[in-house]
Design a protein around this ligand. Structure first.
Ligand SMILES: [Zn+2]
Length: 336
């Protein structure tokens, strides 16, 4: 298994200044945890160029980023989440390049992880939610252009609005697991949004009630059964760890155990289907985030690693169970 790593990752954050420290600390601590792990190959990313960004973004967004990067002060690219700072364009091209490097190395390695990645909120034209660009979209678009069959599993406290918008009509399986009450950021993720055109029946919004625990998350993971039926050649995973119970953005009540189970399931599916895995670290803004990333990596290596006392909330679990059952019963139309 490969991990895309550049020491510059230790200082990059596009988050709000108030959570910048905890955001970079997550990546630093993760690197410490992973340093002595067996069976990991570290891959140095290449820089992307502007053309690579144009694959999924409008030229107006790229111009905006270029301008903002040349300003001598820190400010916001949107209404107050995503920062700009002097020279940020270099960091953006490194993030995009990390995805392209992972795709290149996936010829040789079955499973690859990019700790600083998973910027799933940015749309074709706008930065959003700490995401100046959408690196996951670059992966999906590139794989599609090569004729690969792709399943996206996006697990994060927040619904991947940017990805849903860009790939809603595309023949690509999308399983989104996130915290949802209709008001929680980014407010998208309606259960009725099932895809259109080529993408009809392939978009699944598994919104978990706010505060859901490990047991509800396990129910949500039953959705991964659909990946088996879809038979992708690539599985792209956003494993955002901001659903951890200690997270500063308080949304879910998960432990690091949940991320290990996610990793194990993806490992098993990729082995069975002989599908390549490109995975991302996603969001995470609390003391439990680095261990959650590490747990996910353990799982992705096929190892059971449950470092915390699991959490339960039967009522919320029942809600998720019903939703997943409904999805599974109505999915057979469109997975061929
Ligand atoms: Zn998030």
């Amino acid at each position: 298994m490969g991990i895309v790593w550049d020491d510059r990752f230790r200082d990059i954050s596009f988050s709000h200044p108030m959570i910048r420290d905890v955001s970079v600390e997550r990546i630093r601590r993760f690197k410490e945890l992973i340093s002595n792990e067996d069976g990991i190959m570290f891959i140095k990313p290449e820089m992307a160029n502007f053309e690579d960004l144009l694959l999924v973004h409008d030229v107006t967004l790229i111009e905006k980023l270029r301008e903002a990067s040349s300003l001598p002060f820190v400010g916001f690219l949107d209404e107050g989440d995503t920062v700009h700072y002097p020279g940020m364009l270099e960091d953006i091209l490194l993030v995009a390049g990390s995805t392209l490097t992972a795709l290149k190395f996936s010829r040789y390695l079955a499973r690859i992880y990019i700790p600083l990645g998973g910027f799933h909120h940015a749309t074709r034209t706008s930065p959003m939610g700490f995401c100046p660009i959408n690196d996951v979209a670059i992966a999906l678009k590139t794989l599609q252009s090569k004729g690969e069959r792709v399943a996206l599993i996006d697990v994060d406290a927040h619904h991947p609005n940017g990805l849903e918008e860009m790939f809603y009509n595309e023949k690509l399986l999308k399983i989104n697991v996130f915290a949802y009450d209709g008001e929680f950021f980014p407010r998208t993720g309606d259960v009725k949004r099932r895809g259109e055109g080529e993408g009809f029946g392939l978009n699944f919004n598994v919104g978990l009630p706010l505060g859901s625990s490990d047991d509800a998350f396990m129910e949500a993971l039953r959705m991964l059964e659909l990946v088996r039926h879809f038979k992708p050649t690539y599985i792209v995973v956003v494993a955002g760890v901001d659903g951890h119970m200690d997270d500063g953005l308080k949304s879910l009540n998960l432990t690091a155990n949940s991320y290990n189970l996610l990793g194990q399931k993806v490992f098993a599916l990729s082995r069975e289907l002989e599908a390549k895995v490109i995975s991302y670290g996603g969001g995470g803004y609390g003391p439990g985030s680095s261990i959650s990333m590490y747990s996910f990596i353990k799982g992705l290596k096929g190892q059971r690693f449950l470092p915390e006392k699991g959490t339960e909330d039967r009522e919320k679990r029942e809600i998720v169970k019903k939703l997943v059952n409904l999805f599974l019963e109505s999915s057979s139309c469109c997975l061929k």
